[in-house]
Design a protein around this ligand. Structure first.
Ligand code: HEC
Length: 273
């Protein structure tokens, strides 16, 4: 990405946040300002820059095998990105695994391009001085389903198994704080500090989280983050051990969340705090 456009995007975000969350009066609730900031951003989403970079990365010949990802099968056939996000996670026969978008891209980058798995995992999250290829690729593939509706199916036995495991993990309390996901995400209108907490037991709210949420441009991180990062962050909030990237547990939770969002119209990348 070109640096000046990135800087401009970051300034635009800061401005939207500043105007969006301006003085809170007795009449205006804080979320009104945040919602306004998000709306302003969505109209000119810096995440679109990640989509463009992701597209370039997808078609460029890269890695030790000097190959593009145009033979990568994300579930719709080799190289087909349109509609792939809408149906992930899903079962893949070649790996005999249920995979979400990130874990499937990881497989393709290793198998087709010859990258080392541990290198991709080490650089999976971008930092201020290093962009992440994974975040860009996920943005590109996610946005290629824009306008379609979430349509995760549980036809294969392993897909049903993953969904069930995700549901179990969502409701199970664990860790030193004895939190479950549902502790924070089981009621509408809950908030931590100024952040609204979506009620993930309601399909309507879940559709927004998945179909218009992740990958999301996160203003506080100045980059796009993926669902894997969001879950990693919530594990940290629960003081659980780090959630392994592309681990079965992360895919199980994503299967549960994405299936619950079926019917939601996709509009990605999202924009988040
Ligand atoms: C301690 C409370 C807490 C727990 C427990 C928790 N989260 Fe979160 N979650 C948050 C907060 C805070 C946010 C971010 C809200 C914000 O910044 O806008 C969030 C955001 C999310 C989002 C993104 C929502 C959106 O609309 O963008 C997802 C998805 C999510 N959590 C999933 C989970 C899952 C799955 C679990 C269980 C593994 C979990 N969370 C456990 C507090 C929690």
């Amino acid at each position: 990405m070109n640096l000046s456009s990135r800087a401009a995007a970051i300034c635009a975000f800061a401005l939207a946040l500043a105007t969006g969350s301006g003085p809170v009066t007795a009449q205006s609730k804080p979320e009104d300002g945040l919602a306004l900031g998000r709306k302003m951003l969505a109209e000119d989403n810096p995440g679109d820059l990640w989509v463009e970079r992701g597209q370039r990365l997808f078609t460029a010949k890269r890695g030790p095998k000097n190959a593009s990802l145009e033979k990568c099968d994300l579930g719709m056939g080799p190289g087909v990105v349109k509609g792939a996000f809408a149906q992930l996670p899903r079962y893949f026969a070649d790996t005999d695994k249920v995979q979400d978008l990130e874990s499937r891209l990881l497989t393709c980058m290793v198998e087709l391009q010859g990258f080392k798995r541990e290198d991709i995992i080490r650089t999976r999250f971008g930092t201020l001085d290093r962009d992440s290829d994974m975040e860009a690729l996920v943005s590109y593939v996610g946005a290629a389903s824009n306008g379609l509706r979430m349509n995760v199916r549980l036809t294969h036995a392993k897909e049903r198994e993953m969904y069930k495991a995700g549901e179990y993990a969502f409701y199970r309390r664990s860790g030193p704080l004895d939190f479950a996901c549902v502790t924070c995400h089981g009621e509408s209108g809950k908030r931590i500090r100024l952040q609204d907490l979506p009620n993930m037991t309601k399909a309507e709210e879940m559709r927004e989280v998945v179909a218009t949420g992740w990958p999301a441009y996160r203003g506080t991180h100045s980059t796009v983050r993926t669902m894997q990062h969001r879950l990693y962050d919530c594990f940290w909030q629960m003081r659980l051990p780090d959630l392994g990237f592309a681990s079965d547990l992360s895919v199980a939770l994503t299967a549960y969340l994405n299936y619950s969002a079926n019917g939601g119209e996709i509009k990605l990348p999202g924009v988040r705090r």
